[in-house]
Design a binder for this molecule. Structure first.
Ligand code: NAP
Length: 213
């Protein structure tokens, strides 16, 4: 379909009272402007949390939809009863969909947050200071056991393929699991939580829209 057709479809879903959540599966084909398409989604139905007004709400601590992947990471920390106050969290990656919102959520829970990226000169020097590490890079073995402080919590967002074509994360799981107090596997860690939080956002959206009707 053309970009105009897609924008018209999103507009129609915005107006449809029986629809409570809209997710545009990325990446889009090259002839479409992904940001323009996302900005067409009604913020009230932006269950992916990628609309600029959702991002702004997170930034200033207002209610709004949180991006599902970092939201799922926060739920896992909550599940193990981890108190982030006074802890040092290191986020590796600064994308709009994972790294940046992850850092803001950790900050909101009173962690001291460091964001690392491809221009960070000494990643190991940063991660060795971390009580919590979130790896969201998209490269295998970005985080190895020698880069992790004993007892740290390690969350692996990355999704890569190894030589055998098997799904794996950014973290050298076998090595790091010997050092970390908690670690998420790939597959079976962040991925299912992302889907879960999408359902949470959609349910909340439905409840809000139905009660406002
Ligand atoms: P992205 O947009 O490509 O961002 C990757 C980030 O990693 C960038 O900020 C980049 O820095 C940084 N980076 C690259 N090489 C680095 C290095 N050697 N050291 C430190 N930082 C480095 O990717 P994304 O969308 O955030 O996704 C990251 C990974 O998570 C991917 O593998 C993706 O498939 C996966 N993912 C998984 C889920 C899930 O549900 N499990 C959801 C979303 C994403 P620059 O900004 O300087 O380029």
């Amino acid at each position: 379909m053309s970009e105009a057709e897609l924008l018209a479809r999103v507009e129609a879903l915005n107006q449809d009272a029986s629809i409570h959540g809209i997710l545009v599966q990325l990446p889009l084909p090259a002839h479409m402007d992904a940001q323009k398409v996302i900005e067409t989604i009604s913020p009230a139905k932006d269950v992916d949390g990628f609309h600029v007004s959702s991002a702004g709400a997170l930034m200033v601590g207002q209610p709004g939809f949180w991006p599902c992947t970092p939201y799922g990471c926060m739920k896992m920390l909550e599940h193990i009863g981890y108190n982030l106050r006074g802890k040092h969290a290191v986020v590796i990656g600064r994308s709009n969909i994972v790294g940046k919102p992850m850092a803001l959520m950790l900050l909101q829970q009173n962690a001291t947050v460091t964001i690392c990226h491809s221009a960070t000169p000494d990643l190991k020097a940063m991660t060795l200071q971390a009580d919590v590490i979130v790896a969201a890079v998209g490269k295998r073995n970005v985080l190895t056991a020698d880069m992790v402080k004993p007892g740290a919590v390690v969350i692996d967002v990355g999704m890569n393929r190894n030589e055998a074509g098997k799904l794996c994360g950014d973290v050298d799981f076998d090595g790091v699991k010997e050092v970390a107090s908690h670690i998420t596997p790939v597959p079976g860690g962040v991925g299912p939580m992302t889907i879960t939080m999408l359902m949470v956002n959609t349910l909340e959206s439905a409840e809000r829209l139905v009660s406002a009707a």
